[in-house]
Design a protein around this ligand. Structure first.
Ligand SMILES: [Cu+2]
Length: 186
């Protein structure tokens, strides 16, 4: 038969095991390091970014990143004039992009070319990405960047807490039952 201490050890092992499994799953989910954007002109008065060369919008698509994850962004210039890309704290061109996430910010990406940058957003918060060519932000070349905190998301944490609660309740019930049995023996 199970002793009280063996049940407790089993419970602890189960809880730790499940918690580790969730943590690994969450870490695996956030491992999507390749990002791509297309930059170009939508009309003579509106420029933008898109997830494909035919879906440029202004503002461009929102980028959701996880704090501490290393990403490589590739921007393809599918327009007819030079463009560039950088992450900034406000919707304005900066000579020093946030997280050093900048592609050809002063040399610009030529039409038909692409550029890449590898960066690690290390501070959660709301940012923008912009084209650094003068006048292009006003023409619509910007988008939102959301850097999410790297703590474990609420959903698996809640599941883990529920599982821990159920396990502890079951253990308490088992121990109580054993106590009753022991009393009956004497
Ligand atoms: Cu531009």
């Amino acid at each position: 038969m199970f002793t009280r201490s063996s049940v407790l050890v089993l419970t602890i092992v189960l809880v730790i095991g499940l918690f580790s499994a969730f943590t690994v799953a969450v870490k695996a989910q956030t491992k999507d390091p390749s990002l791509t954007l297309y930059a170009g002109e939508i009309s003579s008065s509106t420029y933008g970014f898109g997830n494909s060369s035919t879906t440029l919008t202004s503002p461009g698509p929102t980028l959701t990143l996880i704090e501490g994850t290393t990403y490589t962004m590739t921007v393809y210039n599918v327009g007819t004039m030079p463009h560039a890309w950088e992450i900034v704290p406000t919707q304005a061109v900066s000579g020093s992009p946030s997280f050093k996430a900048g592609i050809d910010i002063s040399s610009y990406i030529s039409p038909g070319s692409s550029g890449s940058v590898t960066f690690t957003p290390n501070k959660a918060g709301n940012y923008y990405y912009v084209c650094t060519v003068p006048g292009h932000i006003a023409l619509g070349m910007y988008g939102t960047v959301v850097v999410q905190s790297s703590t474990i998301p609420e959903f698996p944490s809640a599941l883990t807490l529920i599982f821990m609660g159920l396990t502890l309740t079951a253990t308490a019930a088992f121990v109580a039952k054993q106590k009753t049995k022991t009393k009956r023996l004497f």
